[in-house]
Design a protein around this ligand. Structure first.
Ligand code: 5AD
Ligand code: FES
Length: 348
């Protein structure tokens, strides 16, 4: 195999099954380095050396779903459940704002306690206090009317990973009440409504094949999301996948680079899961073309409870400590954190 494949990904914005298989299994270090170099150069064209921060507020770990991979699935009786009050959420925003965060991500399980009305009240209050900030929601599958109501209340962005774009694989990861078709429908509706929309998938989740990844790419081509969140699958001991093997760190980095070449202007986070699987995973993610970091703003008292997978990092640190730590990490690889809403630079 030669460098042509990299140019081809850039030009055609697609990759064949065979090419992907080769890239994911190559031992040609030179080729891998070249891939990272090009991905960095592409990220640089759109975003320079600037890294965007999103302050993640994990406001509830109640969830009505029972996904086989996830530590806060409703079937996990060992999970200690919590909900943050409005005051707690606002106090996360306040410390975040002082630390320079201009995006707040409200993430939670699918928790029926948070009716549309409650969600809208939270959004409006945050937007009233911090009009220069973006509010991102990550609260799962809802009715179109609910998505519209949140948008009208001021929400700017929505993250909903599709998890896998392969029908059979989707059924392996989720109970039969959930469907890929509905997931995709939600994502299309979110885009239609006008959200900056993020989807994404886990790398190396049980049963994932190269074909699944090609289908992920095809779905991404069709949806054209503003953001693509990927991270390695990591087993959680109290789930049906507790004994499964973790996803591959190297493959996650390769996939980040490939995504950067295929979707040059997309927002690409170096995720907490990547930082969990390797001590310098997030830094290496930036060097593979990622441009977003999503540190935790949740109160330290609940952090350990939002455990999607084992050994999640940053559960003992205060937000300010994480921010300092992250700044150092980002600077160690030649980038800098910016105080900015960090909107996507893709032409609409
Ligand atoms: N390993 C890695 N990522 C996970 N997520 C959920 N459970 C795990 C796990 N065990 C991811 C899913 C979800 C996001 C919030 O976290 O992709 O969409
Ligand atoms: Fe949280 Fe380093 S980023 S402690």
């Amino acid at each position: 195999m030669n460098r042509d494949i990299l140019s081809k990904i850039e030009q055609e914005q697609m990759i064949s099954r065979e090419e992907l298989e080769e890239l994911l299994t190559t031992t040609d270090q030179e080729l891998i380095e070249e891939l990272y170099r090009r991905a960095r150069a592409t990220a640089g064209k759109y975003y320079g050396k600037e890294i965007y921060l999103r302050g993640l507020i994990e406001f509830t770990n109640y969830c009505k779903n029972n996904c086989y991979y996830c530590g806060i699935r409703c079937g996990n009786e060992k999970a200690q459940r919590y909900r943050l009050t409005m005051d707690q959420i606002l106090s996360c925003c306040e410390s975040g704002w002082e630390l320079g965060f201009r995006t707040f991500v409200l993430q939670g399980g699918e928790d029926p306690y948070y009716t549309d009305e409650r969600i809208c009240t939270i959004i409006k209050e945050i937007k009233k206090r911090y009009p220069d900030c973006a509010v991102t929601l990550s609260i799962g599958e809802k009715e179109r009317a609910s998505y519209q109501a949140y948008f009208d209340a001021g929400a700017d962005r929505y993250l909903l990973r599709h998890e896998t774009a392969d029908e059979v694989h989707y059924q392996k990861l989720h109970p039969s009440q959930m469907s890929l078709a509905h997931r995709k429908q939600c994502l299309r509706e979110l885009k239609e409504i006008g959200y900056q929309t993020g989807c994404g998938f886990m790398v190396g989740s049980p049963g994932q094949t190269v074909e699944c990844l090609v289908e992920d790419f095809e779905f991404l081509q069709e949806l054209k999301p503003h953001m693509i969140g990927i991270g390695p699958f990591l087993a959680h001991q109290d789930t049906p996948f507790g004994a499964e093997e973790n996803g591959s760190y190297d493959q996650t980095l390769l996939l980040l680079s490939i995504l950067r070449l295929m979707f040059p202007g997309v927002l690409l986070p170096a995720t907490t899961a990547l930082g969990t699987i390797a001590p310098d995973g997030r830094e290496q993610g930036l060097l593979a073309g990622a441009n977003v970091l999503m540190p935790n703003l949740s109160p330290v008292s609940v952090r350990k409870k939002y455990e999607l997978y084992d050994n999640k990092i940053c559960t003992g640190e205060e937000s300010a400590q994480c921010k300092d730590c992250l700044s150092r990490r980002v600077e160690s690889v030649g980038y800098r954190i910016v105080t900015d809403r960090g909107d996507s630079r893709i032409e609409k």
